[in-house]
Design a protein around this ligand. Structure first.
Ligand code: CMC
Length: 430
């Protein structure tokens, strides 16, 4: 079969440029525009609304139909039957592990959870009230200084070790950021616990008394980790890829991803949801908040609503909504005033024409913020938890990029709108 092509014609000349159309295994076909540069044209797509920045076999999203697959497996099946470590293996290696492969993977991650002891000293340079994400960006970046023996992206063995180290140590870094905030002693990881339990232990245990993680809450956290583990070429993943494309070391690349994730339009949304609910303060003020969100001049958006890709339903939100109700039931929290505001806000927004017309539905972060709060996680740690989940996806995407045969530095071009050439004017003549 001959290759499908697309033709670009111009209104002011006879020039026609023919471009190949590439078909992936699923999803929209892609017009391969690489030859355009040689013809004297660039394409313009701020925000990458219609740009496929890479070829990837990790995660598939269909925004119209509300589908999310990791390596072909629907997120609903993974959330119900799998666990975060298995999902991390799947993202990284491409296949579900056998029992033996899984045991080896879990064990290797487990035995990398402790931080270089000098890193504990490093924390002490921060103010106690530093935001955990500020500490995480720095500490994950600092891993390049402590684990230089696994920092070479072009050595497959070092890449593997870096992946284990990141998966294993980011939860420790995150939990210690919180402990440092609280002025409490750091709790060392415990090898008897699974990934989510260990994180809860490092967050909430103290040396003074026995702490046993609640398995139901650990399961809910594990589900949050699965749902946030990867999401195709979102802002932070693209950041990791762009940083990594220059050959930067993996720890620096993941630190860059954490910085990008922090923004309120991305991973910072779950924290912003809780702040918004606190600001609304009472069910009687929801109407006012909805009106403000519709008023463009207010600069206020309903946090936890809308998504760049999902225009009918965020499949992660549907799962998280269910988990949210389970956790609230388990903890008897349905009457908590903030949760009542959240549930009412969801109900009202879903019936409002503004939100219906723009296809603005609650996204995963609307519900994950509520679940995390119910688990007793402080609001400032919400995005840090997103970061530790997304580390699995970032590492897999970085790995895929640096190990690809065709590896190019990311170097976008621009539509220049500044002044044309002009001569320098000495300061006394300006
Ligand atoms: N509240 C009120 N209006 C909104 C909202 C919102 N949350 N989101 C979008 N709109 C309006 C927007 O003003 C625009 O209206 P109009 O067409 O009249 O100008 C229209 O909907 C389309 O918005 P957009 O900004 O062009 O959409 P986008 O695809 O660029 O933005 C988004 C997607 C997620 C950044 C945006 O919906 C938003 O800011 N949501 C709130 C933040 C949030 O919850 N982010 C978490 C995303 S899920 C987690 C993750 O993947 O990181």
């Amino acid at each position: 079969m001959s290759q499908r092509t697309a033709k670009i014609s111009f209104s002011d000349s006879d020039q026609v440029i023919e471009l190949p159309v590439l078909e992936g295994s699923m999803g929209n076909p892609v017009i391969d525009i690489r030859a355009l540069g040689g013809q004297g044209y660039f394409t313009f797509d701020p925000g990458f609304v219609a740009t496929a920045s890479c070829a990837s076999s990790i995660t598939f999203i269909d925004g119209e139909r509300g589908l999310l697959y990791y390596r072909g497996y629907p997120i609903e099946q993974l959330a119900q039957h799998s666990d975060f470590m298995e999902v991390a293996y799947l993202l990284l290696r491409g296949e579900l592990p056998t029992a033996q492969q899984k045991a080896e993977f879990v064990n290797t991650v487990r035995y990398h959870t402790m931080l270089h002891d000098q890193m504990a000293v490093f924390y002490r340079g921060f103010r106690r009230d530093a935001h955990p994400m500020a500490v995480m960006v720095s500490m994950v970046g600092a891993m390049s200084a402590f684990y230089a023996d696994s920092a070479n992206p072009f050595d497959p063995k070092q890449r593997d070790i870096a992946a284990y180290r990141l998966l294993a140590k980011v939860p420790t870094i995150a939990a210690w950021s919180y402990k440092y905030n609280q002025g409490m002693p750091f709790m060392y990881p415990q090898n008897r616990y699974d990934y989510a339990e260990n994180f809860l232990y490092m967050m909430f245990a103290t040396p003074c008394e026995e702490y046993v993680p609640n398995p139901i809450l650990a399961k809910a956290l594990d589900r949050i980790l699965i749902l946030h583990a990867d999401h195709e070429q979102n802002a932070s993943t693209s950041t990791v890829r762009v940083a990594g494309s220059s050959g930067a070391n993996p720890f620096a690349c993941i630190a860059a991803g954490i910085a990008s994730l922090w923004g309120p339009l991305h991973g910072g949304a779950n924290e912003a949801v809780l702040k918004m609910l606190e600001e609304i303060g009472d069910v009687s003020r929801i109407g006012q908040a909805i009106e403000r969100a519709k008023d463009k001049s207010s600069g206020f958006r309903l946090m936890g609503f809308g998504h760049r890709v999902y225009k009918n339903m965020d499949p992660r939100a549907a799962i998280m909504r269910k988990t949210c109700h389970e956790v609230l039931d388990e903890l008897g929290l349905h009457d908590d005033p903030l949760f009542r505001i959240a549930l009412k806000l969801e109900e009202i927004a879903l019936q409002d024409d503004y939100f219906i017309q723009r296809k603005l539905y609650p996204n995963v972060d609307f519900y994950s913020g509520i679940v995390l709060r119910a688990l007793g996680i402080p609001t400032t740690m919400f995005t840090a938890i997103f970061a530790l989940a997304r580390t699995a996806g970032w590492v897999a995407q970085w790995h895929e990029m640096v190990s690809a045969a065709e590896h190019k530095i990311a170097r976008p071009r621009q539509l220049y709108t500044g002044p044309q050439r002009r001569d320098y004017v000495p300061i006394d003549r300006r």
